[in-house]
Design a protein around this ligand. Sequence first.
Ligand SMILES: Cc1cc2nc3c(=O)[nH]c(=O)nc-3n(C[C@H](O)[C@H](O)[C@H](O)COP(=O)(O)OP(=O)(O)OC[C@H]3O[C@@H](n4cnc5c(N)ncnc54)[C@H](O)[C@@H]3O)c2cc1C
Length: 457
Amino acid sequence: MAAAQSVEREIAAIVGDEHVGLQELTSAQLEINGVTPATVVAPASAQEAAAVVRVAAERNLVVAPAGGFTKQDIGGVPERIDILLRTHRLNTVEAYDPGDLTVSVNAGMTFAEMQSKLAEHQQWLPYDAPKLSQATVGGLLATAAAGPLKHAFGGLRDFCIGVQFVTAEGKVAKGGGRVVKNVAGYDLMKLIIGSYGSLAIITQANFKVFPKPRQTQTFICNFGSLAETIQFRERIFKSPLTPICLEIISPHAPEYLNDPQPAQDPDHYVPSQPLRPTANVWQMALRAAGSDNVLARYRRDLGAAVARELHGAEEDQFWRWVSHFEYNVLAKHRNAMVMYTHLTIQGVAPAIHGLEKAAPDYNFIPAVLGRAATGNLVIAFIPLSVDPPSAMQYANCVSGFRALLPPGASAEVAHCPKEAKLHFDVWGTTPTDVAVMQAVKRAADPKNIFNRGRFIV
Ligand SMILES: Cc1cc2nc3c(=O)[nH]c(=O)nc-3n(C[C@H](O)[C@H](O)[C@H](O)COP(=O)(O)OP(=O)(O)OC[C@H]3O[C@@H](n4cnc5c(N)ncnc54)[C@H](O)[C@@H]3O)c2cc1C
C-alpha cells in the first residue's frame, strides 16, 4: 500500500494530482478482463507519458495503455495492471494540411473528431471500425481494427505515414514522418500498428487523407445459398465494377443489423429465426461511389440480383450497423462469443462452411458478416440454449471451429465470457513467425512492462 502511494506521488509530480486516480470513471469501468488497475494516470503530452513510463521501468511496474475502452476485451487476461495510462488528454490536431492531403493528430483524439475536422475540407480517412465516437486514434492503430471500407482502401496501416511513440525505456521516439514519400529508416510503424499496446505507447500519428466521395449508393443482393453468393463475388471480381465495400451477410446476421436494443434478459434472448432457417437468405452488400452514370452502370450490371437500394441517411445507418454488428450481438447476448478470421479470399467459403458445421455441434447459432474479399470476417456464436454454455463448451467450440479452417487461416477470439478465456488461447494457432514476434517483444520491452499477459509472451 505504501509502495502504491509512493508511485502515485511520483507520477502526480509529473502529471498533476488531478490527473492521477479514477478521474470521471468508476473502477468497474476501468477493469480489463476482471483486473482492476492499481493506479490510473492521464498524461497531457508525450513527454509526460515518457516520464510515467520511466517510473514504471525503474520499479518494474506493468503499464496498460488505454484509449476509448472499445477493444480492451481483446487479448489474454492481464497478469496485473500497476498503471493504467489513459490517453484522453492527448486529444488535439497537431497539423492539418488539406492541400497536401496529410494530417497529424495526437493519439487520444477520437476517430470521429478527427473525421469531422477532415470533413470541413470534404476529406476523410476511409475507415469505418465500430464505436468511432469513442475509439481513439491510438487504440485503433494498436488493434489494427478495420471495417467494410478495408475492401477498397486497406487498413490503417496503409494510410498511416508516421507515428510518435513512447518506448519501454521511457523515451519519445518516431517512425515514418509527415510526408507521403518517406522511405528513410526502419518501418517501425508496421511493427507497432496491430501490436496491441505491447511494444510502445502511441502518442501521435500522421496519416495521408483522401477526398471524400460526393455520392455513394448501396445495393443489397439476395441469394439462396452461400455458393451462389460466392459465385456473385467472383462475377464482381471479373467485372469493371470497383465497389468500395463488399460485405457478406449470413442468414442469421440481419437480426443484429438494427438499433441495439438490449433484450430484457440478454442471456435468455433467442433470435426470431430458428437454427435452420426456412428462408435461407444470404446477402451481399455492395457499396459504390461515383457519378450518376457510374451508379447507373452498377444498377444495370447487377440487374435482378438487387433486392434493395440504399442511399443517404438510410445507407449511412446501414453501414453503421454493419460496423457495430458484434456490439449489437453482445448487447442482446452477454454470453455470445465473437471471433475474427484471417483468411485468403479462397478461404472465405470453407471457413463459413466450417462455422455452419461447428457452431450447432456446441449449441451455438452461427452468424457471420464480413469482408467477402479480404477474409476479415466477424463471426458470432450465439448461445442457443436457455442455460449459458459452460466455459468448456466455448473452448471446445473454438477448437472445433479452428480445426475446420483452411490451412494457413486463423481466428482470434475477440469477445467471450472471461471465465471461458482461461480455457483456450484467444489468439489461436501459434503463427510460424511467433519466435520473431517474441524476439521483437524482448528487444523492445525487455522487462515486459507493457500489457503483460495480453500479448505473445
Ligand atoms: C495466427 C495469429 C496469431 C496471433 N497472435 C497474437 C498474439 O499472440 N498477440 C496479439 O496481440 N495478437 C496476435 N494476433 C493478432 C494480430 O497481431 C492482429 O490481429 C493483427 O496485428 C491485426 O492485423 P491483421 O492481421 O488483422 O492484419 P490485417 O488487418 O489483415 O492487415 C492490416 C494491414 O497490415 C498488413 N500486415 C498484416 N500482417 C502483416 C505482416 N505480418 N507483415 C507485414 N504487413 C502485415 C496488411 O497487409 C494490411 O495492410 C495474432 C494473429 C494471428 C493471425
